[in-house]
Design a binder for this molecule. Sequence first.
Ligand SMILES: Cc1cc2nc3c(=O)[nH]c(=O)nc-3n(C[C@H](O)[C@H](O)[C@H](O)COP(=O)(O)O)c2cc1C
Length: 228
Amino acid sequence: MTLYETIFARRSVRRYDKTPLDEAELSGIKTYLDGVKQLPGQSARFEIVDSDKLKGGLAPYAILAFADDGDAARVNIGYALQGVDLYLQSAGYGSVWCGMAKPKEPQSDYRILLGFGKTSVPLRKGEEEFKRSKIANVSNEDNDVARAARLAPSAVNLQPWKLTFTDGNVTVRSSVRGIGRALPGRLYLFDLGIILKHVELALEHSGKQPVEFKLDCNGKDSMVQARY
Ligand SMILES: Cc1cc2nc3c(=O)[nH]c(=O)nc-3n(C[C@H](O)[C@H](O)[C@H](O)COP(=O)(O)O)c2cc1C
């Protein structure tokens, strides 16, 4: 299954098998992680740990993300690790973003983690199994890119975004309302990077190569633009 196809089947997995991954499996995931695409000018660092190193981890393993405290650094982590979320699920593992978990040993540049492990929870059968807003509520156009973007995971499933398609551009703006404003850790910035990964994969799938990503980060008024 390709990463694009996995967009229409993935889910947050919170039930895992106890069987540990063997060395070869973990090293395959590490190799993918070492080569994962990041946004221009960004250089987050990632580390795989066992869940016994965490408070509140939801899975047997986790990928910890480290970066500076900026808005753009958070968008970049969302973008990079959503590629990994899709990769893991395409390879038969379960995964789940964990905004509420953290390492037991505090580290000042720790930002968020993605839990993962073996699971027998099946992938979704299709778009109809996702709980998401209607396309008309989140996008000015109904097209294949909007369909894939709409399915992006977000903290508390708030889907804090609006998509605008103009000639050769897709812009995603943060639209953080209600409890989204009160959530700690500026999780809506990871959400923005996560949806950008879905936008990129869907553009590529439709034969449109993204040539530039523009970030304009200002807390809750942040936006990302993909030009193709
Ligand atoms: C940035 C971020 C943080 C999240 N944090 C948590 C969390 O702490 N605990 C949890 O159970 N799920 C967490 N989630 C998972 C979301 O609740 C989930 O993605 C959303 O409800 C949509 O469901 P789906 O991923 O199954 O499509 C998080 C998701 C994102 C994107």
